[in-house]
Write a protein that binds this ligand. Structure first.
Ligand code: TMP
Length: 213
Protein backbone atom coordinates (compact mmCIF):
# COMPACT_ATOMS: atom_id res chain seq x y z
CA UNK A 1 0.00 0.00 0.00
CA UNK A 2 1.32 3.48 -0.87
CA UNK A 3 1.99 6.03 1.88
CA UNK A 4 -0.73 8.55 2.50
CA UNK A 5 -0.44 11.68 0.37
CA UNK A 6 0.21 15.14 1.80
CA UNK A 7 -2.44 17.78 2.28
CA UNK A 8 -1.06 21.21 1.37
CA UNK A 9 -3.38 24.17 1.84
CA UNK A 10 -3.03 27.63 0.33
CA UNK A 11 -4.44 30.58 2.25
CA UNK A 12 -4.64 34.35 2.10
CA UNK A 13 -7.09 37.18 1.51
CA UNK A 14 -8.68 37.46 -1.94
CA UNK A 15 -6.29 38.90 -4.52
CA UNK A 16 -3.06 37.48 -3.09
CA UNK A 17 -2.58 35.04 -5.99
CA UNK A 18 -3.64 31.73 -4.41
CA UNK A 19 -5.03 30.27 -7.62
CA UNK A 20 -1.99 31.32 -9.68
CA UNK A 21 0.31 29.77 -7.10
CA UNK A 22 -1.71 26.54 -6.90
CA UNK A 23 -1.58 26.02 -10.66
CA UNK A 24 2.14 26.75 -10.95
CA UNK A 25 2.99 24.66 -7.89
CA UNK A 26 1.13 21.69 -9.32
CA UNK A 27 3.52 21.69 -12.30
CA UNK A 28 6.59 22.00 -10.09
CA UNK A 29 5.44 19.13 -7.85
CA UNK A 30 4.93 16.95 -10.90
CA UNK A 31 8.56 17.72 -11.87
CA UNK A 32 9.51 16.33 -8.44
CA UNK A 33 7.62 13.11 -9.15
CA UNK A 34 4.66 13.99 -6.93
CA UNK A 35 1.17 13.05 -8.14
CA UNK A 36 -0.86 16.03 -6.90
CA UNK A 37 -4.50 17.13 -7.40
CA UNK A 38 -5.82 20.64 -7.23
CA UNK A 39 -9.02 21.36 -5.28
CA UNK A 40 -10.71 24.47 -3.97
CA UNK A 41 -12.96 25.46 -1.12
CA UNK A 42 -15.81 25.91 -0.90
CA UNK A 43 -16.30 23.41 -3.72
CA UNK A 44 -14.51 20.45 -5.24
CA UNK A 45 -17.52 18.11 -5.24
CA UNK A 46 -21.03 18.82 -6.46
CA UNK A 47 -22.74 19.39 -3.09
CA UNK A 48 -19.97 21.75 -2.00
CA UNK A 49 -20.02 23.63 -5.33
CA UNK A 50 -23.76 24.21 -4.79
CA UNK A 51 -23.09 25.51 -1.28
CA UNK A 52 -20.43 27.79 -2.82
CA UNK A 53 -23.05 29.39 -5.07
CA UNK A 54 -25.35 29.86 -2.11
CA UNK A 55 -22.78 31.33 0.25
CA UNK A 56 -21.42 33.79 -2.35
CA UNK A 57 -24.83 35.03 -3.52
CA UNK A 58 -25.16 38.77 -2.69
CA UNK A 59 -28.97 38.46 -2.92
CA UNK A 60 -29.12 36.22 0.17
CA UNK A 61 -29.13 37.11 3.84
CA UNK A 62 -26.67 34.80 5.62
CA UNK A 63 -25.89 35.45 9.28
CA UNK A 64 -22.43 34.73 10.76
CA UNK A 65 -23.35 31.38 12.35
CA UNK A 66 -25.16 30.18 9.23
CA UNK A 67 -22.16 31.29 7.17
CA UNK A 68 -19.72 29.31 9.35
CA UNK A 69 -21.99 26.25 9.17
CA UNK A 70 -22.35 26.45 5.39
CA UNK A 71 -18.57 26.57 4.89
CA UNK A 72 -18.22 23.72 7.38
CA UNK A 73 -20.87 21.64 5.59
CA UNK A 74 -19.15 22.17 2.22
CA UNK A 75 -15.87 21.14 3.86
CA UNK A 76 -17.29 18.00 5.49
CA UNK A 77 -18.56 16.74 2.14
CA UNK A 78 -15.27 17.52 0.39
CA UNK A 79 -13.30 15.70 3.10
CA UNK A 80 -15.40 12.53 2.89
CA UNK A 81 -16.01 12.40 -0.83
CA UNK A 82 -12.71 13.61 -2.27
CA UNK A 83 -9.95 14.60 0.15
CA UNK A 84 -9.63 11.43 2.21
CA UNK A 85 -9.94 9.02 -0.74
CA UNK A 86 -7.30 10.93 -2.74
CA UNK A 87 -4.89 11.20 0.20
CA UNK A 88 -5.39 7.52 0.98
CA UNK A 89 -4.54 6.63 -2.63
CA UNK A 90 -1.12 8.21 -2.02
CA UNK A 91 -1.66 11.37 -4.09
CA UNK A 92 -1.11 14.84 -2.68
CA UNK A 93 -3.82 17.49 -2.59
CA UNK A 94 -3.14 21.17 -3.17
CA UNK A 95 -6.15 22.81 -1.63
CA UNK A 96 -7.07 26.44 -2.28
CA UNK A 97 -8.44 27.41 1.21
CA UNK A 98 -9.34 25.14 4.16
CA UNK A 99 -10.10 25.50 7.89
CA UNK A 100 -7.80 28.52 8.34
CA UNK A 101 -10.11 30.49 6.00
CA UNK A 102 -13.00 29.86 8.39
CA UNK A 103 -10.87 30.76 11.43
CA UNK A 104 -9.87 34.06 9.78
CA UNK A 105 -13.11 35.04 7.99
CA UNK A 106 -15.78 33.68 10.33
CA UNK A 107 -13.79 33.43 13.59
CA UNK A 108 -12.22 36.88 13.41
CA UNK A 109 -13.86 38.70 10.46
CA UNK A 110 -17.41 37.86 11.59
CA UNK A 111 -16.45 37.89 15.27
CA UNK A 112 -17.58 34.33 16.09
CA UNK A 113 -14.31 33.58 17.89
CA UNK A 114 -11.46 31.41 16.63
CA UNK A 115 -12.04 28.69 19.25
CA UNK A 116 -15.74 28.23 18.45
CA UNK A 117 -15.03 28.02 14.73
CA UNK A 118 -12.11 25.64 15.32
CA UNK A 119 -14.37 23.30 17.32
CA UNK A 120 -17.01 23.33 14.59
CA UNK A 121 -14.37 22.51 11.99
CA UNK A 122 -12.85 19.71 14.00
CA UNK A 123 -16.25 18.04 13.67
CA UNK A 124 -16.56 18.95 9.97
CA UNK A 125 -13.14 17.58 9.01
CA UNK A 126 -13.13 14.62 11.42
CA UNK A 127 -9.83 16.08 12.64
CA UNK A 128 -8.04 16.20 9.26
CA UNK A 129 -5.28 18.83 9.41
CA UNK A 130 -2.95 20.07 6.66
CA UNK A 131 0.63 18.79 6.53
CA UNK A 132 1.61 22.31 5.52
CA UNK A 133 -0.12 25.61 4.88
CA UNK A 134 1.24 28.26 2.54
CA UNK A 135 -0.01 31.69 3.57
CA UNK A 136 0.24 34.36 0.90
CA UNK A 137 0.89 37.67 2.58
CA UNK A 138 0.22 40.96 0.83
CA UNK A 139 -0.79 44.44 1.96
CA UNK A 140 -4.62 44.31 2.12
CA UNK A 141 -5.15 47.43 -0.03
CA UNK A 142 -2.99 45.93 -2.77
CA UNK A 143 -4.76 42.58 -2.50
CA UNK A 144 -8.16 44.24 -2.76
CA UNK A 145 -7.10 46.23 -5.81
CA UNK A 146 -5.83 43.04 -7.47
CA UNK A 147 -9.04 41.15 -6.64
CA UNK A 148 -11.26 43.90 -8.02
CA UNK A 149 -9.15 44.27 -11.21
CA UNK A 150 -9.43 40.51 -11.74
CA UNK A 151 -13.22 40.61 -11.16
CA UNK A 152 -13.66 43.55 -13.54
CA UNK A 153 -11.55 41.83 -16.23
CA UNK A 154 -13.73 38.72 -15.91
CA UNK A 155 -16.92 40.84 -15.99
CA UNK A 156 -17.90 39.55 -12.51
CA UNK A 157 -19.75 41.57 -9.88
CA UNK A 158 -18.29 41.39 -6.34
CA UNK A 159 -19.72 38.41 -4.38
CA UNK A 160 -21.31 38.62 -0.91
CA UNK A 161 -17.96 38.55 0.91
CA UNK A 162 -16.12 40.79 -1.53
CA UNK A 163 -18.68 43.52 -0.72
CA UNK A 164 -17.26 43.91 2.79
CA UNK A 165 -15.33 47.10 3.60
CA UNK A 166 -11.54 47.52 3.73
CA UNK A 167 -11.51 47.18 7.51
CA UNK A 168 -12.87 43.61 7.26
CA UNK A 169 -9.95 42.55 5.06
CA UNK A 170 -7.37 44.25 7.29
CA UNK A 171 -8.70 42.12 10.18
CA UNK A 172 -8.61 38.95 8.06
CA UNK A 173 -4.98 39.58 7.14
CA UNK A 174 -4.05 40.15 10.79
CA UNK A 175 -5.94 37.00 11.80
CA UNK A 176 -4.00 34.95 9.26
CA UNK A 177 -0.69 36.35 10.51
CA UNK A 178 -1.54 35.43 14.10
CA UNK A 179 -2.50 31.90 13.03
CA UNK A 180 0.92 31.64 11.33
CA UNK A 181 2.71 32.97 14.40
CA UNK A 182 0.93 30.39 16.59
CA UNK A 183 1.88 27.45 14.34
CA UNK A 184 5.11 28.37 12.53
CA UNK A 185 5.98 24.76 11.69
CA UNK A 186 2.74 24.18 9.78
CA UNK A 187 2.00 27.66 8.43
CA UNK A 188 4.69 29.23 6.22
CA UNK A 189 4.27 32.87 5.22
CA UNK A 190 5.15 33.70 1.60
CA UNK A 191 5.75 37.22 0.31
CA UNK A 192 3.03 37.61 -2.32
CA UNK A 193 4.32 40.99 -3.51
CA UNK A 194 7.02 39.16 -5.47
CA UNK A 195 6.74 37.96 -9.08
CA UNK A 196 4.67 34.75 -9.46
CA UNK A 197 7.77 32.67 -10.29
CA UNK A 198 9.52 33.86 -7.10
CA UNK A 199 6.42 33.02 -5.05
CA UNK A 200 6.44 29.45 -6.45
CA UNK A 201 10.13 29.14 -5.55
CA UNK A 202 9.34 30.21 -1.97
CA UNK A 203 6.47 27.71 -1.85
CA UNK A 204 8.65 24.85 -3.04
CA UNK A 205 11.32 25.74 -0.49
CA UNK A 206 8.63 25.70 2.22
CA UNK A 207 7.71 22.14 1.17
CA UNK A 208 11.31 20.94 0.84
CA UNK A 209 11.28 18.53 3.78
CA UNK A 210 8.06 16.87 2.55
CA UNK A 211 9.23 16.16 -0.98
CA UNK A 212 10.34 12.66 -1.93
CA UNK A 213 14.13 12.31 -1.71
P1 TMP B 1 -12.70 32.27 -3.53
O1 TMP B 1 -12.67 30.80 -3.75
O2 TMP B 1 -13.00 33.04 -4.74
O3 TMP B 1 -11.52 32.73 -2.73
O4 TMP B 1 -14.01 32.57 -2.68
C1 TMP B 1 -14.26 32.04 -1.47
C2 TMP B 1 -14.79 33.15 -0.58
O5 TMP B 1 -15.30 32.55 0.60
C3 TMP B 1 -13.71 34.13 -0.17
O6 TMP B 1 -14.26 35.42 -0.07
C4 TMP B 1 -13.34 33.65 1.23
C5 TMP B 1 -14.60 33.03 1.73
N1 TMP B 1 -14.41 31.92 2.66
C6 TMP B 1 -14.77 32.07 3.98
O7 TMP B 1 -15.22 33.13 4.38
N2 TMP B 1 -14.63 31.02 4.83
C7 TMP B 1 -14.18 29.80 4.41
O8 TMP B 1 -14.08 28.86 5.21
C8 TMP B 1 -13.81 29.65 3.01
C9 TMP B 1 -13.29 28.34 2.51
C10 TMP B 1 -13.93 30.73 2.17
Amino acid sequence: MSARGRLITIEGVDGTGKTTLATALLGRLTDHGVDARLMREPGGVETSERIRELVKDPELTVGPRAEALLYAAARAQLVDQALLPVLESGAWVLLDRFVDSSLAYQGVGRGLGVDAVRDLNRFATAGLTPDRTLLLSLDSQLARARASDRGAAAGEAPDRLEREGDEFFVRIREAYLSLAAAEPERVRVLDASQAPSAVVDQALAALGDLLPG
